[in-house]
Design a protein around this ligand. Structure first.
Ligand code: FAD
Length: 472
């Protein structure tokens, strides 16, 4: 008997089986499904940590698929060539994929669509990455939202469909197409010595993400509203890396939050709101894609930021500014690929304001180091802090890292976790940093802590003067 022609599931940042509309629709055809990941030029350009983390996510998805008698085919090259070639090789007439929202991904997908149209194959785009479609959420005047609170009020009452189940069967083709080998792609190659260290802190794959979600909603969500700003505590979901790579869906997180709310857990509403900040970032990226590359607000190009040449930027990257709270966070970032949200704000503010270094340089460093790197959230976060973004913190609001430390880390739990120097028995977290960094940084736990590059008062005054000259 002839085998039915297969369909293709083109896997992107949706490395999961449960609540995956594209996979669900592919399985619903009843035809054999060929899951494929295409490492395309957009992936090749990613920073070291996201690329490394993508490899871990692919490995986990491969295993999950193999446990179901399926597999993940790996191909490399321009997506329009690779996807259409695979369709021709296998005779597939439909390609299922999750819709993407980054302008470069949209351009790539249009090329793929053209290439598939040309050979008579139908692309089937599905939602799955977001809770709300950024094109349909509109202000009363029919425009898009530039401020978070009205966006939140507009989407909060909208219904969110229930999650889709894990497909009980993913029909496999009788003959698998040729696949590349993940080991040959060497996705950790830019990680330097960091790969083995960062790996220990990663939470990889769908099963781990779901376990964490359950643990968080059982144990932490009730106090999330009060404790989420305390970096020394395990008080936030830590699911951003899983959400970024699609190992969990925003809908799974939203519905768990809703259940917690129904059970009367007080932090649940705040948690839902944070999920909507991510939606807002995508909304802004879709409607104003220049947020990714340029000052969102006009006029900021005259601000006298320092550029690549600034030695202070390198000192900041290495956790050597001499401001302990900032340095602790920069080390958490390098060691784990993650940084607590409050510290993302503080380190970004310190770079753009006290050190007067351009936000784009900080954004690029985060892009290289974060395992949860998300272009929309990263750009919104940096422009929000710098003052150049929509609904941004006013520039004159300069975070004072020492006051922030006293308020949010009064027992210095976070500080001691990440700064080894000066401690007789530093914890492993703090010493791990020295195992992760490149040898050329020449840093050891026995070093003396450096003096601050600039005093907090002077840095603040200098930034405010520059801001005043901008507004003249
Ligand atoms: C300068 C800067 C850069 C950032 N870069 C990124 C990035 O590259 N990737 C990324 O996922 N987040 C980024 N954020 C947002 C935020 O810091 C992280 O999402 C959060 O720290 C992740 O930890 P969590 O999963 O424990 O969050 P939780 O507190 O548990 O929140 C749940 C989820 O809500 C979303 N969320 C929470 N806070 C924000 C926020 N402020 N903006 C957007 N979404 C939010 C995240 O998806 C998060 O996983 C950035 C923030 C700043 C200030």
């Amino acid at each position: 008997m002839d085998e039915p022609t297969p369909v293709i599931w083109w896997v992107r940042r949706d490395l999961r089986l449960t609540d995956n509309p594209a996979l669900h629709a592919a399985c619903a055809t009843g035809r054999p499904v060929i899951p494929v990941y295409v490492l395309d030029p957009l992936d090749e350009q990613m920073g070291a940590a996201p690329k490394f983390r993508l490899g871990l996510g692919m490995e986990a998805l491969s295993r999950a698929l193999q446990n179901r008698g399926s597999d993940l085919v790996l191909r490399r090259g321009d997506a329009h060539t690779v996807v259409s070639q695979l369709a021709q090789e296998t005779g597939a007439k439909e390609v299922f994929a999750a819709r993407a929202y980054h302008p470069d991904e949209i351009a790539r997908d249009l090329q793929v669509q053209d290439a598939l149209d040309h050979i008579g194959v139908a692309p089937r785009w599905h939602a799955g990455r977001l809770l709300f479609d950024p094109y349909t959420v509109k202000t009363a005047a029919g425009g898009f939202f530039k401020v978070f609170t009205p966006f939140w009020k507009a989407v909060r009452p909208l219904g969110i469909a229930a999650c889709l189940s894990d497909p009980s069967r993913i029909p496999a083709p009788r003959h698998w197409p040729i696949s590349g080998r993940l080991e040959d792609w060497n996705l950790a190659s830019s990680m330097n010595r960091g790969a083995q260290v960062v790996l220990r802190y990663c939470q990889v794959g769908e099963a781990a993400a779901l376990d964490r979600l359950h643990q968080f909603t059982d144990e932490q969500i009730a106090s999330y509203g009060n404790d989420r700003d305390l970096p020394g505590q395990d008080a936030t979901s830590r699911l951003s890396q899983n959400l970024t790579w699609g190992e969990i869906s925003p809908r799974q997180m939203w519905h768990s939050g809703q259940v917690a709310m129904a059970q009367g857990r007080p932090g649940a509403e705040t948690f839902l709101k944070q999920l909507v900040w991510r939606e807002f970032a995508y909304h802004l990226m879709v409607h104003t894609p220049h947020i990714l590359t340029e000052n969102w607000r006009a006029g900021w190009e005259r601000f006298p930021w320092l550029g690549e040449e600034a030695e202070s930027a390198r000192i900041w990257q290495r956790g050597q500014t001499g401001v302990d709270f900032v340095d602790a966070a920069m080390r958490e970032l390098y060691t784990t690929g993650y940084m607590h949200n409050r510290l993302r704000m503080i380190t970004a503010s310190y770079l753009c304001k006290h050190l007067m270094v351009h936000w784009k340089i900080g954004m690029k460093w985060f892009e290289d180091c974060l395992v949860d790197w998300d272009p929309a959230c990263n750009a919104m976060g940096w422009q929000w802090v710098a003052g150049s973004g929509p609904d941004a913190a006013p520039f004159f609001r300069v975070f004072n890292p020492e006051r922030q430390r006293d308020r949010f880390d009064p027992k210095q739990t976070y500080l001691q976790r990440w700064i080894a120097e000066g401690q007789t028995h530093p914890p492993q977290t703090a010493t791990d940093f020295f195992d992760a960094i490149p040898y050329q940084w020449r840093m050891t736990p026995a070093d003396l802590r450096p003096d601050p590059v600039i005093s907090l008062a002077q840095g603040r005054a200098r930034a405010l003067d520059a801001y005043k000259s901008l507004s003249k």
